[in-house]
Design a binder for this molecule. Structure first.
Ligand code: ADP
Length: 472
């Protein structure tokens, strides 16, 4: 079965959550209303009964006679050896509460109605509310015993129907049900808006990524919007990724084009030389000369290809060049000793190496780095000059410096010398391809370090490489 789209899932989730919330709210309102209504009803019942308790007095026959003579509206009921005077304020029916007067035996004395008759003979419960079903309807009943002169043994009973409460609850339910379609519409509408709000930016990301994949425009970026939420961070990360991809894409394209360009010259020379020797018979000196040229050009191409290969291998990271704890002091000492022997142009190399400088690195690459820097110091040094190598530690880094007193670097060139295939005009260049320092820079970055150069034209150059210290 096909899985639901994210949009549908958000919609269902949101709508479901809203409906559950609505149902729970209604349930809560229903339960609270029912209990509040019941409490109000009980309070009415009890207050009606309690009020009526004070409306009864026991009189002797003579006292009753005197009271009756006062032309009162009160009621007089014979009881035991006297008379009960019931105040005309005794309310038989108050707020749906029907009150009636009984003897302890359950005989109805006052408050005759169908309910009180039905309840006559029913055992009394001391001052406690209870529910009772009478003729199919439910009622709340409250009995209260009289205490006082000759009144002991009399009871007053209040009854109130629960029907009003039921009707009110039914009314609430009806109102909610009437609003249900409107609420459902609002929920669906809200869900659609929520789904659109959440998925809108995702959709834009998808469209931008698709446009980039289709090769439409590598410069396109995702709109980040103003809300700095999770989708904003995601869009920013995607844009950073696109920037990096575009950079490396442009770099690779430039690299391929530069490499082809560099290979074209030696290939053209080789082709010209072979055409020259095959065009007609040549003297053995001419053949020798031509092969020497071909050999030189082939060597140049070999160097170029090997440098390019190294660059691409470094890009493969630690898989190709495993990293372990290395003694940089030992590497620097050995490389300096080896390079000293070349003594190109009678340039002297001296070294000041702090002992036991350990870093995390790859020995082959670190060796290559220093060889390249010293190679340049020879190439761009002045005859009988001097190159000094220092390895020392600072607070946070292990620092390697190669200082020469050679031709120096023009100010405007300092930023470019680490670019691939960059070299100064042919007359100043030592005949390289401009890949030596790019390799150095790649090796430094591979080790998480930094490189910079200080140089003055005609005075010399100082290359400084800082490696992070080994984690203790
Ligand atoms: P290459 O030496 O093969 O030309 P590099 O990448 O090693 O390529 O160097 C790039 C450019 O930087 C060189 O062409 C050169 O002009 C300049 N350069 C490098 N090292 C030095 C140095 N020690 N002194 C003066 N110029 C230098």
């Amino acid at each position: 079965m096909r899985k639901l789209s994210i949009r549908s899932r958000i919609l269902l989730l949101f709508a479901g959550a809203m409906m559950i919330a609505m149902a729970l709210t209604f349930l809560l309102v229903y339960i609270v209303s029912a209990s509040v209504m019941k409490k109000t009803l009980s309070d009415y019942l009890m207050s009606a009964v309690d009020t009526n308790v004070d409306k009864l007095v026991f009189l002797t026959a003579e006292e009753a006679q005197a009271e009756k003579a006062r032309d009162t509206n009160d009621l007089f009921v014979d009881y035991k050896d006297g008379v009960l005077q019931i105040d005309d304020d005794f309310l038989e029916i108050l707020n749906d509460v029907e009150s009636a007067l009984y003897t302890g035996e359950g005989d109805l004395l006052y408050g005759d109605n169908s309910l009180s008759r039905e309840m006559a003979g029913e055992a009394f419960t001391v001052s406690r509310l209870y529910e009772k079903e009478i003729r199919g309807d439910r009622y709340v009943v409250y009995d209260r015993k009289f205490v006082g002169k000759k009144l002991n043994g009399l009871w007053i009973r209040g009854i109130v129907p629960l029907t009003r409460q039921k009707e009110q609850l039914a009314q609430i339910t009806k109102s909610v049900l009437a609003f249900l379609p409107v609420m459902l519409l609002m929920v669906v509408f809200g869900s659609v808006l929520a789904a659109m709000g959440i998925l809108g930016p995702v959709r834009r990301m998808e469209q931008t990524a698709a446009a980039i994949v289709d090769g439409e425009d590598l410069n396109r970026r995702i709109e980040t919007g103003k809300n700095k939420d999770e989708l904003y961070s995601l869009a920013v990360s995607f844009n950073a990724m696109f920037d990096r991809l575009q950079q490396s894409f442009t770099r690779e394209r430039q690299f391929t084009s530069d490499a082809s360009h560099e290979l074209r010259t030696p290939l053209a020379v080789i082709t010209a030389q072979t055409e020259y020797v095959t065009a007609k018979d040549r003297s053995s000196d001419e053949y020798r000369e031509a092969f020497a040229v071909v050999g030189r050009q082939a060597k140049r191409m070999q160097r170029l290809v090997s440098d390019m290969l190294d660059l691409s291998r470094i890009a493969q990271g630690q898989k190709r060049y495993p990293v372990a704890e290395v003694d940089l002091s030992a590497i620097v000492t050995t490389v300096c000793e080896d390079m000293k022997r070349i003594a190109y142009n009678n340039i002297a190399i001296t070294a000041d190496v702090a002992e036991n400088m350990q870093i995390d690195g790859n020995p082959d690459l670190l060796e290559r780095l220093l060889v390249n820097l010293l190679d340049n110091a020879y190439k761009y040094g002045c005859a009988d000059g001097h190159t000094h190598v220092v390895l020392a530690e600072t607070d946070e880094t292990v620092r390697l410096q190669v200082q020469d007193d050679g031709i120096g670097i023009l100010d405007q060139a300092k930023e470019k010398i680490f670019d691939r295939f960059y070299r100064e005009e042919e007359s100043r260049s030592g005949g390289g391809y401009g890949l030596g320092l790019s390799l150095v820079a790649e090796i430094v970055h591979f080790h998480g370090g930094e490189i910079h150069v200080e140089s003055q034209k005609g005075t010399g150059s100082c290359f400084t490489v800082c490696f992070p210290k080994k984690d203790k």
